[in-house]
Ligand binder design. Structure first.
Ligand SMILES: Cc1cc2nc3c(=O)[nH]c(=O)nc-3n(C[C@H](O)[C@H](O)[C@H](O)COP(=O)(O)OP(=O)(O)OC[C@H]3O[C@@H](n4cnc5c(N)ncnc54)[C@H](O)[C@@H]3O)c2cc1C
Ligand code: SF4
Ligand code: SF4
Length: 1003
């Protein structure tokens, strides 16, 4: 950080109670959003209060430094990017303040889905339904005047605004309400007037300023922003003119909607809510051409559907590949689709409206080739996925050339849609471009995404030309640009070219609020260039040494980084996803998965000093990832964030070496081996408070953490006695059991159980004693050299086994992840692909066996001892470990447990356990780990649950933390149900749950 930056940081720290970030690594995370732009801010402030916002704005105004409010940073037009101070309202201003009747008062950082959940409990809703509601914040929705598929019914955010507490350009704090303009210039209340009088005067001044502009530009506004359509690019002046004419008031809060933070920064808002939905009918119409789909949308308009979304062929193809259900539903001959929703007082009424629509499209001159009305709630949700998650998938298309969110957001009069689509196709052809298309056809809003490489300067020039041509056609049919996604960096300059008179009016409005132009300049009015700040190329210069540390080339690393489109879905708190446990616990930008991709992008592009790689700031950001891999599964682009993080950690470790505790904990297998060698002493030590205190100080292992007892060399000795340490002589299917640390060092019973289950199913088992631990803790710590050594040893053993026809199967999912995901990044080896293809986890292996009809099903009921007479089901809480969710089938162990009679399996996903291998063992992370796993641990404590089940040893430790209930590996339950484990019999679950592996120990 240079001295100027240091001074800024000190200045800002002195005036705000929130956080101030001026370091280059932190600023790099705020240089991008979901758009194609990159602009580095001078500083970032994360306010805790309205006063923090005001102090920052005042400080900036005095120095003529711009400020840029930010919510989730999911704008696809660069709305929150700028060279001044970014004010991140999404970190601390996240409270729902008051809910009263049909109103709710919120801070700007509240996420839409969080608000909907809150309102839903009161049978209310915001109504406005952006596709990314799990991410977008109320502040961003106001800034963007967001809307969604149900716009025809609920309109946009501007229809929800009642009042807003706003920080104005000079730092004044004002509650904006609809206000009558002063009829003549009233006397100013003077400097000593009461605050309320001063506030009222300021409101009147603003209202008068705006009213003057509205009345003097009445004809222009009416012509350029016809009231027949909902939203428009830029300030929604048509809305204000209507209210002024009707009520004599200037609706100042409404003016904030779509203003992109250029008129004031919202620190609180009161919003109008609506009753939750009536009954709905949802269906999908399919067409053999886009033209017919557009014509159908027009034909449905008189029926006033609540939503009418149009998909092109590419979108449908994407949907088919994303979900097998869509593959069955959508025939490949379909070139376009319309998702249509009708509401009604009850289901039959809604269905009748839908059926009328179907009659109109299927009548004597049928337009559609097929129609499918959803039968139930599950089917409705599935169809809605076309608009929701498939749009996210659209954002996630990978490759340097991909659909680019640049011209993106155009609105045409709905009746002009068929004509405009023809024009659009002609322009695309003329410019030799292809594009993806998704439209809210009911209100004529189109998302057009041309395929291009946005980091290629020539492609950008072509994109700009294409945008200009398309916008020309938009104007020709009476449309506008940048309504839902805004003008911001991507469209402000184009808007000025195509709507010069209206831009002049916008500039006048802006001057009323922000005469010095410090509030998010360059958005809506006054853009400096077209467009500001494209993202730079990533590999135009050598990578900063020592990158890359893994086997991939810098080009592949760059492609992986580039696959992150900044959509921000990894900031989601939605229970339907598991990513990102660390962000959920600490909702700060640096903890999000995309932060890691952005950080690496800045390093590769050279915008971040290469020396930062060795600095703590980079390591601190990388350390907010504990390698659970859930972003890789849930992110629609499947960005390999864990690999990017490994690069960052490995480079840092290479430059600085690991600190002692990280070094020791990454060698947990060695520590467990040493403990096993002196198991009586070690088992005494882990239960002794003084010894645990010493362990905490010396090894960094949290003293409050329950630890499993050591079994020494029992496993290998037992396997040798059973003749398992030599290749199996059985004919037929054979398995090399990869043990990893927990099974080998701590859980002989698990090894016995899995071997018994395999043998019971006629599978030969080989436990090669030369195998070593997989090395996941080393990978997670970034010690790739040590991990590579283990990988090399294991690869020799596994290659031999694979050549002999063995499958490699582990009871520990993280061992599988390490072999399948990390080994290819650690070692370049010709045999790697075969080993990876042969490796799987125990549950997946057995479930595949079952699907092939080869798993024995002679399971006997498992019930608790006390309940034998009445035979009620034993309630087991099954937790799918993160590393077991990476595969194609997200929960094979759950499917297997459902085969066991007598077990009632509770499988509601409570998110990550928070253990993440050795992460939760360490003193440094102990509390964070408990907070991440709180949902799961609380579920374990609930009275109906008798025991837990999970494949992961780390999750087991967490599930037993804070409860006396045991957690077992599903293989033990299977073995018990087969009658293969010692004990009074398969009907007695208690004996298993308190059997030899015993409870975990803590001091
Ligand atoms: C996958 C995906 C799907 C999307 N779907 C939709 C959709 O269906 N409908 C839709 O409308 N948009 C959609 N968007 C666009 C975008 O997410 C929304 O416009 C969203 O409302 C932006 O919210 P945010 O919290 O990310 O705000 P940001 O991107 O951080 O900011 C958006 C604008 O609001 C301003 N702003 C933020 N906070 C404040 C504040 N406190 N006071 C004043 N101004 C502020 C910012 O300066 C910026 O100009 C989508 C984007 C993605 C990536
Ligand atoms: S990591 Fe994935 S989910 Fe997160 S911003 Fe990038 S593309 Fe979106
Ligand atoms: S691997 Fe897990 S902790 Fe790391 S960024 Fe992804 S979801 Fe978050």
């Amino acid at each position: 950080m240079d001295r100027e930056q240091q001074r800024i940081e000190e200045d800002l720290r002195g005036i705000v109670s929130g956080e101030v970030l001026c370091g280059a690594a932190s600023r790099s995370l705020y240089a991008s959003d979901a758009s194609v732009s990159e602009v580095w801010p001078l500083a970032v402030v994360r306010p805790r209060t309205t006063d923090d916002v005001a102090a920052t704005v005042r400080w900036a105004a005095e120095r003529q430094i711009p400020v840029h409010p930010r919510g989730a940073g999911s704008s696809v037009a660069g709305g929150s990017l700028g060279p001044g101070v970014v004010i991140d309202c999404g970190r601390f201003l996240r409270r729902i303040l008051q809910t009263d009747g049909d109103e709710v008062r919120v801070q700007p950082g509240v996420v839409a889905a969080q608000l909907e959940e809150h309102l839903g409990r009161r049978t209310r809703s915001l109504g406005v339904d952006p596709a990314n509601s799990g991410v977008t914040t109320v502040g961003g929705m106001i800034g963007r005047n967001s809307s969604g598929s149900r716009f025809p019914r609920y309109g946009a955010m501007s229809g929800r605004m009642i009042s807003a507490r706003v920080v104005l350009a000079d730092g004044a704090i004002l509650e904006l309400v609809p206000t009558a303009p002063a009829s003549a210039s009233p006397a100013s209340p003077g400097d000593n007037a009461a605050p309320a009088a001063m506030e009222a005067d300021r409101l009147r001044q603003l209202a008068s300023g705006v009213a003057t502009i509205l009345t003097s530009s009445r004809d222009l506004i009416a012509a350029a922003q016809p009231a027949t359509r909902g939203t428009h690019g830029g300030y929604q002046l048509h809305d204000l003119l209507r209210t002024l004419d009707r009520d004599g008031l200037v609706d100042l809060p409404r003016l904030l909607c779509g203003a992109d933070g250029t008129l004031g920064i919202v620190s609180e808002a009161t919003l109008r809510t609506v009753p939750t939905d009536d009954a709905t009918a949802v269906g999908l119409f399919l067409f053999d051409s886009l033209d017919r789909a557009a014509e159908a949308a027009l034909r449905l308009r008189p029926l006033s559907p609540d939503a009418c979304d149009l998909f092109d062929k590419r979108h449908l193809t994407l949907a088919r590949s994303a979900r097998p259900a869509f593959d069955q539903l959508i025939p490949s001959v379909a070139d376009a689709g319309l998702l249509v929703e009708f509401s009604g007082d009850d289901e039959p009424a809604a269905a009748a409206r839908f059926d009328e629509a179907a009659r109109r499209l299927q009548g004597p001159r049928p337009l559609c080739i097929d129609v499918r009305r959803a039968e139930d709630a599950a089917e409705k949700a599935m169809l809605w996925e076309l608009s929701r998650s498939v749009v996210a998938t659209l954002h996630g298309v990978r490759g340097t050339i991909r659909p680019v969110p640049f011209l993106e957001d155009v609105v045409v009069p709905p009746e002009a849609l068929p004509d405009f689509l023809r024009r659009l196709q002609a322009v695309l052809k003329q410019c030799d471009a292809t594009a993806m298309l998704f439209a809210h056809a009911g209100h004529g809003q189109l998302h057009v995404r041309p395929y291009a490489d946005p980091r290629d300067p020539e492609a950008r020039t072509r994109l700009e030309r294409l945008a200009d041509a398309i916008y020309g056609d938009v104007v020709a049919v009476g449309g506008t640009i940048g309504a839902e996604q805004g003008l911001a960096l991507s469209r402000t300059a184009f808007f000025a070219t195509h709507f010069p008179e209206l831009t002049g009016v916008f500039a006048a409005v802006k001057r009323v609020f922000d005469p010095l132009g410090t509030l998010n300049p360059g958005m809506i009015v006054g853009a400096p260039s077209v467009p500001a700040g494209w993202r730079p190329p990533l590999v135009s210069q050598p990578p900063p040494p020592p990158l890359p540390m893994l086997t991939w080339t810098v080009e592949r690393l760059a492609n992986e980084v580039d696959a992150c489109n900044g959509c921000g879905a990894c900031r989601s708190q939605s229970p339907s996803m598991r990513m990102c446990p660390m962000y959920r616990e600490n909702p700060a930008e640096e903890a999000s998965p995309r932060a890691k991709a952005n950080l690496m992008a800045s390093l590769l592009s050279g915008r971040l000093d290469p020396r930062s790689l060795g600095q703590d700031a980079v390591r601190d950001i990388a350390d907010t990832c504990f390698n659970c891999h859930q972003c890789r599964t849930d992110c629609s682009a499947g960005v390999d964030i864990p690999a990017i993080v490994t690069e960052l950690k490995a480079a840092h470790a290479d430059i600085n070496s690991l600190d002692l505790h990280a070094w020791l904990l990454s060698r947990v297998d060695t520590l467990s081996g040493l403990g096993g060698a002196v198991s009586p002493l070690a088992n005494w030590a882990i239960a002794n408070p003084q010894a645990r205190w010493v362990m905490e100080k010396m090894l960094g292992v949290a003293r409050g953490r329950k630890l499993p007892p050591f079994t020494g060399q029992q496993v290998i000795r037992w396997a040798a006695r059973r003749g398992l340490t030599r290749p199996s002589r059985r004919s037929g299917p054979r398995v090399l059991y990869f043990l990893d640390t927990f099974a080998r060092r701590h859980d002989l019973q698990l090894v016995k159980a899995f071997v018994a289950v395999l043998e019971h199913n006629g599978i030969g088992v080989f436990i090669d004693p030369r195998q070593v631990s997989a090395g996941m803790p080393l990978v997670a710590a970034g010690d790739v050299d040590a991990a590579r050594r283990l990988a090399r040893t294991n690869l020799r053993v596994l290659t031999e086994a694979v050549r002999l026809g063995y499958r490699i199967v582990a009871t520990e999912p993280s061992a599988v992840t390490c072999i399948v995901h990390d080994y290819p990044l650690l070692l370049a080896d010709d045999e790697m692909d075969r080993v990876v293809a042969a490796t799987t986890d125990a549950a997946t292996f057995l479930w595949e066996l079952h699907r092939e009809g080869r798993l024995r099903l002679d399971f006997q009921p498992l019930v608790t001892a006390g309940d034998v007479s009445q035979q009620p089901a034993s309630r087991i809480l099954y937790h799918a470990p993160c590393h077991a969710r990476i595969g194609r089938d997200k929960s094979p162990a759950e499917h297997l447990l459902r085969l066991v009679p007598g077990l009632a399996i509770d499988t509601a996903d409570r998110g990550c356990s928070g253990m993440a291998g050795t992460f939760g063992l360490s003193r440094r992370n102990y509390r964070t780990s408990l907070r991440v796993g709180l949902g799961l641990v609380s579920a374990m404590r609930s009275s109906g649950i008798e025991a837990g089940a999970t494949e992961c040893s780390g999750c087991r430790i967490q599930m037993e933390q804070g409860t006396s209930k045991p957690t077992v590996h599903p293989m033990k339950l299977l073995a018990k149900s087969y009658g293969l484990l010692a004990g009074p019999g398969p009907d007695c679950l208690d004996t298993l749950l308190t059997a030899t592996s015993g409870p975990l120990t803590t001091s």
